[in-house]
Design a protein around this ligand. Structure first.
Ligand SMILES: NC(=O)c1ccc[n+]([C@@H]2O[C@H](COP(=O)([O-])OP(=O)(O)OC[C@H]3O[C@@H](n4cnc5c(N)ncnc54)[C@H](O)[C@@H]3O)[C@@H](O)[C@H]2O)c1
Length: 265
């Protein structure tokens, strides 16, 4: 697909909508401005619970390798791998572990059972080209986690935490900037006119939701087409999609071989 769009000279974008959460775009801006300094860690978890035994989830398309490609890795992991690329940079090497807890589920049409041949969960530890280290963990077996896309970045000048279930907010900690007695994490409401994408929305503090990320995403693509602007670095291109797949393949390869894998894009 990447080769085809390059040959055609077309604009191309992958729907990694979390890049279009204003708070996440703000994190990228803060990193670009050097506010975190050198980045040491990127720690992400994207957790759901909907295929726990209690819910009796049948063998839907998301549990078939030939249709879905992989399980939690491709469904949830792709998003946080893309965010790791967007916020921190290229991966150097990775080790991964995938696991399928329930191998057989009832078919949707009631005609017996089918084999689940995708991962129910994965965990990975990686090193970035810039020397930062990180971890990724995704599961659809995490009781109580509905759509918990969380990450934390630790830099030399501060740390930032994001939680999709509080998507209008960021938590930030600045090293040595607060008076000692009141030093701590600050909660920032990312809903003001001077925040990314907010020139198009509501007055102070009138929050937005998940669907607005798609409005931003499509606006970005249309703007790139109509006004001949680049889709990257803030929109994910097919190149970014390809790179995400390289990392997912490396995690699967590492899990199968039991060895750490060099990431070669
Ligand atoms: N953040 C994100 O970007 C994000 C989040 C959720 C889902 N997704 C993606 O959105 C897509 C849909 O996910 P979902 O959870 O809604 O899946 P789903 O299984 O709930 O819904 C898929 C729908 O497509 C219909 N369908 C299947 N084959 C069809 C065909 N040939 N023609 C017309 N309709 C057909 C099915 O009947 C079903 O209603 C997937 O590709 C998924 O990966 C992306």
């Amino acid at each position: 697909m990447l080769e085809a769009v390059q040959k055609a000279g077309a604009k191309h974008m992958v729907g990694f909508n979390y890049r279009f959460v204003p708070a996440i775009r703000l994190i990228r801006n803060l990193i670009d401005e050097g506010r975190l300094g050198r980045i040491y860690h990127f720690r992400a978890m994207y957790l759901q619970e909907w295929i726990l035994p209690h819910y009796g989830t049948p063998k839907i398309w998301r549990l078939s390798k030939d249709v879905a490609g992989s399980g939690a890795l491709g469904d949830l992991g792709a998003h946080i791998i893309d965010l790791a690329h967007y916020l921190v940079g290229d991966f150097k090497s990775i080790s991964g572990l995938t696991k399928t807890f329930i191998q057989e589920r009832d078919k949707e049409d009631g005609s017996g059972t089918g084999i689940v041949d995708v991962d129910d969960t994965f965990a990975a530890a990686m090193e970035f080209e810039n020397g930062a280290t990180g971890t990724l963990e995704c599961s659809r077996f995490a009781a109580g986690r509905k759509n918990a896309n969380n990450f934390e970045i630790n830099g030399e000048k501060g740390s930032i935490r994001f939680n999709l279930e509080r998507m209008n907010e960021l938590e930030v900690f600045w090293v040595g900037e607060d008076p000692k007695e009141t030093e701590g994490w600050h909660q920032v409401l990312v809903t003001e006119g001077y925040h990314p994408w907010w020139e198009n929305w509501w007055p102070h503090g009138h929050i937005i939701g998940w669907e607005h990320t798609f409005v931003h995403e499509i606006t970005h693509l249309l703007d790139a087409i109509v006004n001949d602007k680049p889709v990257g670095p803030h929109g994910a291109t097919f190149e970014d999609g390809y790179r995400c797949n390289v990392v997912m393949d490396a995690i699967a390869e590492s899990s199968a071989s039991g060895r750490r894998v060099d990431v070669q894009y």
